[in-house]
Ligand binder design. Sequence first.
Ligand code: GDG
Length: 735
Amino acid sequence: MSKTIIISNRLPLQLKIRDNTIETTPSVGGLATGMKSVHSQNNSIWIGWSGLTEEEFNLDLKNQVNTALAKHQCVGVPLTQDDIEGFYYGFSNNTLWPLFHYFMEYTEFEKSTWNTYQQVNQKFADIVLENLDDGDTVWVHDYQLLLLPEMIRKKKPNVSIGFFLHIPFPSYEVFRTIPCREELLKGMLGADLLGFHTYDYERHFLSSVQRILGYEISFNNIHLDNRIIKVDSFPMGIDYNKFHDAAEAHNNQEKKDQTEIQREIDKHLNKSKNQAKLILSIDRLDYTKGIANRLRAFEYFLDKYPQFKGKARLVMLAVPSRSDVPQYQRLKNEIDQLVGRINGKFAEVSWTPIWYFYRSMPFENLIDLYTSSEVALLTPIRDGMNLVAKEYIASKVDKKGVLILSEMTGASNEMSEALIINPNNFEEIADTLKFALEMPEEEQIKRNNALQKRLQRYNVEKWANDFMEALEGIKNDTKEYSLKKVSDSIQSAMTSDFNKAKNKVLFIDYDGTLVQFEKLPENAKPTQRVFDLLDALHEQPNTKVIIITGRDRDTIQKWFGHKEYTLITEHGAWLKEGKKDWELMERVDNKWFGSILPILESFTDRTPGSLVEEKRYSLAWHFRNVDPDLGKRRANSLKTTIQQLIANHNLEILEGDKVLEIKVSGVSKGKSASKMLLGTSYDFIFAIGDDWTDEHLFRELPESTYTIKVGLKKTVAKYYVQDIDQVHELLNTFV
Ligand code: GDG
């Protein structure tokens, strides 16, 4: 039975060595909960680091660890202290984390940590490959493992791989600054499905792929020679019922069952005769979370609205994180000082403005804080999603409470009923805080009602299932492709038909089919291999070889004029048969050039990298070398500009691959190919091409034709081959 393999940096377990024995406790984090539905029964394993380095246990303990992990269907990746230094603290947290959160001034790039990152990703890959069987599905998580999908794909090309990034993907302008940008993108592109929290991260990723690797993107698909990769957004949810039910139980608990913290909170609230208001802030202590900004904004708020002194209190839980890293130690000092200064500045005998906890709290205390706070103030400078925002709302059983949320969090995209603020705008934060503290209850209930419904529906289980379903969908598409792929049996049937036939004709496109695209069209000359192949085909008895192309007559004459193949150029305007002269296949003229050419030239002047190609009877505007977004935009505006002129002159626009071609309407590869069939009865017809102009050919040739698409784009052709090498191999079987 095929299985699912989940891979993340850390396993969903906490391991502790006590008296030379191992204790395991399952993690309660969002990811572990979300994956419950995926990581269940006997058909899944989870691979990751156990949290203990190789130096921390001897052989006996190691066996114990492996047995303990196996009980939870987990497999450990053995990592040394040096691995953790270079891979985790080094490249993951000193390079990728700040870069992906737009903290370029904190981003360090060191060759040695990059090397360790690659080695550790390979260690993960080795363990995955040891456990991977054909037909399995793999789901890789997060920025520590960006190279892993490609490493797995290299060894197991047909396995289905998903990747989800839990942090933002930065804009191309930021991402491009990292030296190993190509390796990182290629690593990720080993996956079949790439998931992000928001559409913006998805957009940034696609733009980087397009600009850095030059791969073709259509909608949210990336086209490689032999695969299509899908990119989509899957906003991560929470275990809604867990928080809602815990809050409900908390609200109904008896005094004697209350936690110490809850008693303190109640004491404080009772003393102030319900005048006191708690404002909650919870995060890992990380510079991305905007904790210092939040404190300064709170100070500004108390200065601006002194009526809240003695009443409003910020309850701030900062959970220790990466505390060995100097960056984080400096941040901790800054926050300690800020809290001290603000408390010193405003404190009264019975009130201090900030309650500050620097520690991690058990789940029930988290619920105490969520349920007791009137307002949650979450102001990250950047945050992939921010689950705390969602947990706070889920815990509001009576639907009372106001969420103030930074627009720089992924969660703000889905939580528009919250009060959304810019974390750098203290004025706005102060005013919003006042607005929140004074918000009428009906309005709070109305907003939270809508928020809760959404969180309940799109919970973490739904998130995980949606991702897995999308991955499954791709598997099915791939299956469909593999059915249409020219397999050995199709190949031998085709060759045998070819050999049996008495009259054979082959329509062969040129660019993208016989030769690779080049930056400049004039550089894509036929290679010796192409000549050898075409000559050999041409020498076959009763075989007509037709090169059918959108290229201009003069270029094709220069390259193939000395040969005796049949040549059709400019999408079917010109024909040359054997030794004969060129003749026009259609009644066409170029009197219209005068009105269109100046417009194309003016677009070329304004669009760096573009060029105009003047053919005899058509004009092509190429934008292959233009910045991809600009190219698309200019192509659209060019179409709009010439629309009217085109209608007046009976012309049409052909949209090729990074080219717009204007030509007399009614001329097409399909029409000219059909004409070539008149007068001879062919019992073997073959057509091959990569572009959508070749679709005319596939559509208009008789049903019995062997129609073959090069590449994986949508097609009406019966079969496909992956790339130019395969075209050559295929044609070679006929000779
Ligand atoms: C990364 C991305 C993205 C916090 N303090 C305590 C505690 N927590 C729990 C919260 C929440 C989780 O930790 C924090 O999740 P966030 O999403 O807010 O932030 P990151 O840790 O930075 O997570 C983030 C996330 O991945 C998921 O994709 O949303 O953007 O940075 O669940 O409840 N739990 C307990 N005690 C605490 O003191 N028990």
